[in-house]
Ligand binder design. Structure first.
Ligand code: 3HC
Length: 290
């Protein structure tokens, strides 16, 4: 099955990056979101990222020519001729199920439907469609144009063909696919991320070290590119809390008492996206190294 057009639902932090890597891999792309505010912001962010690559000589094609392969819309109609659709809407299970119901009714029967969910079981999404065998998890990492890993998450219904097509697509996007053997909440990497957040939070709340000291240890001792709290700000404290809750409530990981994440979430201090989280940033959406 040859993929010519990729659909992306959701133009936020992950969606715009997934659209960019799809266009960079020479696919035509349609991006759908609920408002032109989100779509216009996505256009700007894709241009900024492509310009960085172009100025450094990492891509030869002009950013404006790559952009010509991406169309933006507030209507699902543009998905009618998509061969492979990647959903990247917020981690709300009912919202995701609604999106898949809509995609199932609009896209041709040959179309594969993937979710970029970071923790929700793929089978619970697949069950609302009439093509359960064509539903799969394709979990990108933030920022998608830079991060190499893509977790490939089949459910118990996913066919071998869907797995093969998705792995092949990830490779064409210049990514490194890792396929899960068993569908487990949080997949491989977010389960590790959860443990890092839990221990970092416990250390601070038990008065063993400050946020800055924990992050310095992670960067300079474990050689992580970002500290644990900095990374939480970068992915979004709402996203971090969501994946925490999904994994813990599934009963597959123990919970740890941690008020800091809860307090930040309730105060809507969600990290880079709001300009304030565990650290302060120059403006909402503007990341600056801690
Ligand atoms: N597009 C193009 N270029 C980009 C970019 C983007 N979106 N983001 C960063 N870059 C480039 C910068 O221009 C810079 O290029 P240069 O070295 O040539 O100047 C380079 O990447 C490094 O960026 P910065 O100098 O701004 O800062 P850093 O050196 O700190 O790198 C980072 C930024 C690449 C984000 C790095 O800090 C990093 O890898 N952080 C960890 C990210 C991570 O772990 N992501 C996974 C999160 S978990 C997740 O997403 C799962 C979800 O389900 C929760």
């Amino acid at each position: 099955m040859s993929i010519k057009k990729i659909g992306v639902v959701g133009a936020g932090t992950m969606g715009h990056g997934i659209a960019e890597v799809s266009a960079l891999a020479n696919y035509n792309v349609s991006v759908v979101d609920i408002s032109w505010d989100f779509l216009n912001r996505a256009k700007e962010r894709i241009m900024e990222s492509l310009n960085k690559f172009y100025e450094k000589g990492q891509i030869k094609e002009k950013p404006e020519d790559i952009m010509k392969r991406i169309e933006f819309s507030t209507s699902y109609d543009v998905m009618r001729d998509a061969d492979f659709v990647i959903e990247a809407v917020p981690e709300i299970i009912e919202l995701k199920r609604k999106v898949f119901e809509t995609l199932d009714s609009i896209t041709p029967s040959h179309t594969f439907l993937a979710s970029n969910t970071s923790s929700i079981p793929i089978s619970t999404i697949a069950e609302v469609t009439k093509r359960k065998e064509k539903i799969i998890g394709m979990h990108f990492f933030n920022p998608p144009p830079i991060m190499k890993l893509v977790e490939i998450v089949p459910s118990k219904y996913t066919s071998d063909e869907t797995i093969e097509v998705t792995i092949d697509l990830a490779k064409k996007m210049n990514k490194i696919p890792v396929k899960l053997k068993v569908e487990v909440p949080g997949f491989v990497s977010n389960r590790i991320f959860l443990r890092l957040m839990q221990e970092a939070c416990r250390e601070v709340e038990d008065g063993e070290a400050t946020i800055e000291e924990v992050d310095s240890a992670a960067r300079n001792g474990l050689k992580l590119p970002m500290g644990i709290f900095e990374l939480s700000d970068y992915v979004g404290i709402d996203v971090a809390v969501d994946l925490w809750n999904v994994i813990v409530s599934s009963g597959t990981a123990q919970d740890v008492k941690c008020e800091m994440y809860k307090r930040k979430f309730e105060a809507k201090e969600l990290g880079v996206k709001t300009g304030k989280g565990f650290y302060n940033y120059p403006a909402p959406g503007k990341y600056r190294k801690v």
